[in-house]
Design a protein around this ligand. Structure first.
Ligand SMILES: [Zn+2]
Length: 496
């Protein structure tokens, strides 16, 4: 699985190296004209297409370095206005995996009672607007990854346009924003069968996004693929079996206009005050009480940071908070509960500071061969600018850190479906259990049709280890009496 990821990157590098030695823009222009003609792009001002398929939230795999979790898409509509350009994607996904594995539930939404934990009940509406007019580089690259959008992109970037023949197939390529290589592979009928872009993903570094376009249909001279498969890092993120295509549809223009005329959510008038840590027990602070954040545990001569979410900025803020709360005590370890991007994104910045990471042994290969090794040339983070070898220590089932007074116990959650190798952390002195993504409070929501297997597994592990838990602390914010977790797991509250 990891090999596939590595191969995708290697292939992309080969592409760009190969193309550098290739023909100049004049030859590219001839190929662009032929492909534009065959695709009917010049006549395409808008398109709306519908279908069904699947979507896979990234950074939320069950296995470390494995496939993103799959949600079925029961309704999919894409509207593109090429004249702006901007796109509106509207879809309904359902969490219908027989055994849910991995993340991707998103945050808890008090309006819909959805999110927070899997399986998510009901239809999940997920809409987004990709306005490529803005200076938002990601939006433009998303647009250029579409087959007709690629031709618009290369036409607007002719100074960097190149053509080549790779493994017997013609390619067209250009460089977006001076650094992102975008390459299309052309089939024997001059149709675009694949578009590939090398982009920056904060957690994985230089990462390949690609779209494979097949089963083209001729709609009065405009060619459109009836099968779309998008991937990130070699793993699917979206598959659409297109049922209907409407080129030059007013409905597409209207849908994009509605979406782009809706003002974006108002930015807060003043910058939000930095979160104030909350003391959970003697020597224990939740650094971001109402949201995702680290938990600081104080020992006699040092501190331990539990979890490294976010990225460089969150890590810097957490280190500053530790210095204020426990002046003069070094951070001896960062404990990483699991490999999801929202929990591990800040690790690289701790490594840049020379702080060791403790994680589960199943994460070894992914961290050592990808997360701490992938190039970050497109948008160098702190570790890329200050390279340093990571110090990684691995937990199998249990690890204890103690100074005789404060004790932190780290346990593998056996058979936990949220993530392979998920760790939970226990403080026997304060009876606090710190956990990620196995239980999320759902205030106001009716009980789930069935208790989440993620939460029942949390209770099973606490029971198996005979831990005396008073409160459960969520890495995503807040803490709950253990009785609430037992209720969510469908277990009666035992008094002895
Ligand atoms: Zn997770």
């Amino acid at each position: 699985m990891k090999k596939r990821f590595a191969l995708a990157i290697a292939a992309s590098l080969l592409f760009s190296l190969h193309i550098q030695a290739q023909q100049p823009a004049a030859d590219a222009d001839t190929v662009i004209k032929a492909v534009t003609m065959a695709m009917g792009t010049a006549r395409l001002r808008s398109v709306q297409y519908t279908g069904t398929g699947s979507i896979n939230p990234t950074g939320q795999a069950y296995t470390t370095g494995g496939a993103w979790p799959r949600y079925t898409v029961t309704k999919y509509t894409m509207s593109i206005d090429f004249s702006l350009p901007a796109m509106r994607q509207e879809l309904i996904r359902i969490d219908d995996a027989k055994v849910p594995r991995g993340g991707g539930a998103g945050g808890y939404n008090p309006q819909t009672f959805q999110g927070g934990i899997r399986p998510i009940p009901g239809d999940i509406i997920q809409n987004n607007t990709i306005d490529a007019r803005a200076t938002n580089q990601n939006a433009a690259i998303q647009f250029w990854l579409t087959p007709h959008g690629f031709l618009k992109g290369i036409a607007a970037n002719m100074a960097t346009a190149k053509t080549a023949t790779v493994r017997g197939k013609k390619t067209l390529a250009f460089t977006a924003f001076g650094k992102f290589p975008i390459t299309a592979t052309i089939d024997g009928n001059n149709l675009i069968e694949k578009v590939e872009a090398l982009v920056d993903i904060a957690f994985t570094g230089d990462t390949v996004l690609d779209g494979a376009y097949t089963n083209y249909r001729d709609l009065d001279g405009i060619r459109f693929p009836m099968h779309i498969l998008m991937r990130e890092g070699g793993w699917p993120v979206l598959e659409v079996n297109v049922a209907q295509v409407s080129p030059n549809a007013q409905a597409a223009i209207d849908a994009v206009a509605r979406a782009t005329s809706t003002p974006p959510p108002a930015a807060p008038a003043a910058p939000a005050a930095p979160p104030q840590p909350v003391k959970l027990a003697d020597g224990v602070w939740q650094l971001v009480p109402n949201g995702e954040g680290s938990i600081l545990v104080e020992f006699k001569d040092y501190v331990v940071m539990v979890e490294a979410p976010g990225g460089d900025a969150v890590t810097a803020a957490s280190i500053a908070a530790a210095q204020r709360l426990t002046p003069g005590k070094p951070i001896k370890y960062v404990v990483n509960s699991h490999h999801h991007a929202d929990h591990a994104g800040g690790m690289r910045a701790y490594v840049a500071e020379g702080i060791p990471i403790i994680t589960q042994e199943s994460h070894k290969k992914y961290y050592e061969e990808q997360i701490f090794k992938n190039p970050h040339t497109l948008n160098p983070d702190r570790l890329a600018r200050m390279p340093r070898a990571p110090m990684l220590e691995y937990v199998k089932d249990k690890r204890v850190i103690t100074d005789g007074n404060q004790t932190l116990e780290i346990y593998l959650m056996k058979d936990q479906p949220h993530a392979e190798g998920l760790l939970m952390m226990y403080l026997p002195k304060s009876k606090l259990l710190m956990q990620a993504d196995a239980y999320i409070p759902r205030p106001g929501a009716p009980p789930l049709p069935m208790p989440s297997p993620y939460t029942t597994n949390l209770v099973d592990n606490i029971t198996r280890l005979k831990l005396d838990v008073a409160r459960v602390v969520q890495i995503h914010g807040g803490s709950s009496p253990y009785s609430e977790v037992l209720t969510a797991a469908g277990r009666s509250v035992s008094t002895n």
